[in-house]
Design a protein around this ligand. Structure first.
Ligand code: PMP
Length: 380
């Protein structure tokens, strides 16, 4: 792989040499016998990774397309949607829902907090919602939401409400068990903990949600994202048959296929454990440096990333270029209310599942040195 600065942001992330190699697959027809199994098997592997018997989708696009797919296929104009909002991505998902006529209620939490189960229960008691959305990891705050706990509450208070998880920053790094936990939709993308380059929208949809889709009363107000067009395509590839609606991103699918095989070969449980271990190490290091995390408790801090406030006297314009000079690309703040006050580091995928690569150690060491170069004299 060409020498490059380590991409330690919360997605896109560093990917494996074999994944990169797959991106260099020569021109291949999207209905060629050597491509069909790559997509077909990727669909099957996703069932194992999401622990679902439902319907995976792999479509050219990004995570945002998963929001459109969820909203345009499952929600009809005028229906109520409850958005558990733990940051920037809750606002945006809500906006997408409104685009298709949903009436959105945001259940907001203070910055750094995660949605409270009692508040979710109260909201579900007060109104009938067609769907509830939860950002599993809000990439703007590094807050991890308790999707299992929320899904339990939904089952108790309003069992017909569809449970939708934005797992763009969590699938592959945080535990998700769609069937066992009663989750109807998981939206993700190729470029985060699934370990492939950007370019693919990846979803898991429960059998129950597909039934809800099939019995909707009004037509789907979207052309490309309409599941009526994509369901036969996903089914055909899984049956290893050629089929066409819109051209799949062939090389991206090859790359994702390699990464999904690696994930399943290593073991999904092992992967969760390694992300937890790496996150604890990063968070302890950050704490020992005297820095404060954006999440208000380790209990609801993501395992695949850390959002960290700059210490007194250090600004984004100081730290990020210094980190880059030491070979580490980190991300600035994203949450509008605190953007200039914090930075973000990703620790997902091969950077933690293959610790021998030394990515995390290099990042933490660069952080320590860069802070000192910024004049920080905290607990170093
Ligand atoms: N949801 C979350 C939680 C995200 O982190 C992102 C991307 N950072 C998105 C949705 C949107 O995904 P994409 O940029 O792939 O469209």
């Amino acid at each position: 792989m060409a020498a490059h600065k380590l991409c330690m942001i919360p997605g896109p992330i560093e990917f494996h040499e074999d994944v990169l190699q797959a991106m260099a697959t020569p021109a291949t027809s999207h209905v060629a016998p050597n491509f069909i199994p790559a997509l077909g098997e990727s669909i099957e592997l996703l069932r194992q990774i999401l622990f679902t018997s439902g319907q995976p989708f792999i479509i050219a696009g990004s995570g945002t397309l998963g929001w459109d797919m969820t909203a345009c296929n499952l929600i009809e104009a005028g229906e109520d949607v409850l958005v558990c909002n733990s940051g920037y991505f809750g606002d945006r998902f809500g906006e997408c829902m409104e685009t298709y006529g949903a009436k959105v209620t945001h259940l907001r939490v203070p910055i750094g907090e995660s949605p409270q189960l009692a508040a979710v229960a109260a909201a579900l008691k007060s109104k009938k919602y067609k769907a509830i959305t939860i950002t599993h990891v809000d990439t703007s705050t590094g807050v991890l939401s308790d999707i299992k706990g929320i899904a339990d509450i939904v089952r108790k208070e309003s069992p017909e409400t569809l449970v939708v998880v934005d797992g763009v920053c969590s699938v592959g790094s945080e535990e998700i068990r769609m069937d066992a936990w009663g989750i109807d939709v998981v939206v993700t993308a190729s470029q985060k903990a699934l370990g492939a380059p950007p370019g693919l929208c990846v979803m898991g949809v429960s059998t129950r949600a597909i039934e809800v889709f099939k019995t909707r009363k009004t037509p789907v107000a979207n052309y490309y994202a309409n599941w009526n067009r994509w369901l036969p395509i996903m089914n055909a590839y899984e049956a290893r048959k050629p089929s066409y609606f819109a051209t799949p991103a062939v090389q991206n699918v090859y790359a994702l296929h390699v990464s999904l095989k690696q994930i399943v070969a290593q073991g999904v449980e092992k992967r969760f454990a390694l992300h937890k271990e790496a996150s604890l190490k990063a968070k302890k290091f950050i704490h020992d440096l005297g820095l404060k995390l954006v999440p208000t408790s380790l209990e609801h801090a993501a395992n695949g990333m850390s959002a960290v406030y700059y210490p007194e006297g250090v600004a984004a314009t100081d730290l990020l270029p210094k980190l880059a000079a030491h070979g580490i690309v980190a991300a600035g703040g994203l949450h509008v209310e605190i953007a200039p006050k914090y930075f973000r580091i990703g620790h997902m995928g091969i950077s933690v599942t293959e610790p021998e690569r030394g990515h995390l150690d290099a990042t933490l060491n660069a952080l320590k040195i860069s802070l000192a170069e910024c004049g920080y004299k905290g607990a170093l």
